[in-house]
Write a protein that binds this ligand. Sequence first.
Ligand code: HEC
Ligand code: HEC
Ligand code: HEC
Ligand code: HEC
Ligand code: HEC
Length: 400
Amino acid sequence: MRLTFICILLLSIAILPYPASAKKAATIDELVEMYNIKPCVECHADKYEDWKTSTMGNSVVDPRVLMGMRTFIRLAIDEEKSLKREDLTICLNCHVPQIKDAAPELVIHIGDLILTAVEDKDEIKREAAKKELSKLNLNCLGCHNLKATGFNVKPEEKVIYGPESIKDNPHESIGFQTKKSDLIDTSEFCAECHHCPPDVPWKECPTLYTTYIEDFINKGHKETCQDCHMKGAKAIHKFFGPNNPDFLKSSISLSVNARPTNYINIYENKKTSAVVIKIELKNNAGHVIPHGCIFSPKIVMNLTVKNQDSKELFSRQKEFTVGDLYFKGGKQVAMAEWDVTATEHFDLGIKTDEPDTSTFIIPLKTDTKSVDVEVNVKYLYSRDEIFTIGESAQKVVFEK
Ligand code: HEC
Ligand code: HEC
Ligand code: HEC
Ligand code: HEC
Ligand code: HEC
């Protein structure tokens, strides 16, 4: 998601889809009660356990989200005259869709808790705020009711929408009807939050969903978001993402080819050994990677070449990232201000079917007997969470 668009364009849209309902929750506990998922646990324990530990189950207390929302409150809301504290709803609309039924005072209270959770000097207060905020998340009814009918159709109250037509009313005992949603097993369902709303022109809204369509579907692939992220019919509710090591590693194939060669230096009239290194990074995901909402993660490839004495002869780093830069007033700062007219989207990510290749030719001194070529690829999920997603070590020996 591009934050700039979220701020400016969702400001109005955010309020549109649902008419104000009569009852508004004044406390977090009241809001939780209105979208109570306790009964679901009894019959769908597996789904609940998977969901609870997923990013969806922690869509506010995820440390990255807390920091991002804190910064939005401090640098956008508190500094822009056009925004008020209750406009935190702009963010919460996707992170906690139930927020549509919260009173403005509750949104302000949630904002205060976010500030406490991130900034308070007292750890006990920070932890208490986090505990309270952990009650807010993207829960079963957020997807199986609020988001299950799309942008233009209002979901019916007390209905659980699912992927199949189920006849024998399994949810009667908890007062819910069960209906089929034609949307929920499609990629468009995920795009409700992983893309901009339909009235934002496609071209002006480069998101993860845009690259899914342009770099994946339009290139002949067929898989939906659910096929990869929920393992299709298994409907695994872990919503596999970068914080799942095996899933993350599956996204990148690293191949390194290091070979000895001769390097002819015409100026010096000399023939020396050299090593040629070709590195290819292939993206197996269904869209450009890496990608994020406002905290753009990064993929970093590191190459080092050492000689037989472990002396470093050469090193290079290459970064892959996608985001928006702010160019007003000569400054060049990522997401420093929230002005859509002054931002420029850049895409330095790795596309599906377009491997990133780098070739290095490194001339060596005559006393070099062998070199160790080491490559690693790291995924910088956040400042504190860095995952290794590819490694290679090769030795190249030079014959006399
Ligand atoms: C249109 C829906 C939507 C809105 C509105 C929204 N987010 Fe997000 N947010 C997402 C999605 C989807 C992700 C996961 C993105 C990903 O990893 O590609 C996310 C992830 C995040 C993250 C985790 C790190 C990252 O950047 O991926 C932060 C921080 C965040 N959002 C902050 C905010 C803030 C602050 C606002 C309000 C200004 C906001 N979000 C508004 C959908 C939204
Ligand atoms: C982020 C959205 C999202 C959330 C949150 C979510 N689901 Fe789902 N759920 C889906 C999608 C999408 C499918 C359909 C997957 C498919 O068929 O491709 C699904 C399918 C299901 C199914 C039917 C598939 C099966 O294996 O039986 C059940 C049951 C279900 N969800 C229960 C739950 C429960 C219980 C929770 C809360 C603990 C929950 N879901 C939370 C999106 C969500
Ligand atoms: C009394 C047991 C029971 C409770 C409580 C319960 N479910 Fe179910 N649910 C079932 C059964 C049985 C089915 C049908 C078989 C299946 O898919 O597991 C089902 C199916 C579903 C489906 C798939 C529907 C479809 O169209 O494919 C979803 C989604 C779902 N439940 C969500 C929920 C949510 C959300 C809650 C809590 C609000 C909940 N269930 C509470 C028993 C229950
Ligand atoms: C109601 C809005 C909403 C819907 C619908 C939704 N998501 Fe998300 N998704 C989010 C938010 C918000 C986050 C960020 C949570 C966080 O970082 O803690 C997120 C995070 C993710 C992540 C983890 C990203 C990361 O950086 O760790 C994945 C993967 C993901 N969503 C996939 C999906 C898929 C697949 C679907 C459709 C089946 C879907 N989402 C539907 C709002 C949504
Ligand atoms: C072909 C399989 C595949 C398809 C299709 C796919 N994804 Fe992914 N996705 C992945 C893999 C693998 C990763 C892990 C790589 C990463 O996080 O950089 C990933 C990463 C993500 C992330 C985390 C972004 C990041 O780089 O931090 C989000 C959010 C996400 N996908 C959402 C979606 C949504 C929404 C759709 C559908 C519009 C979708 N994906 C379609 C395989 C897929």
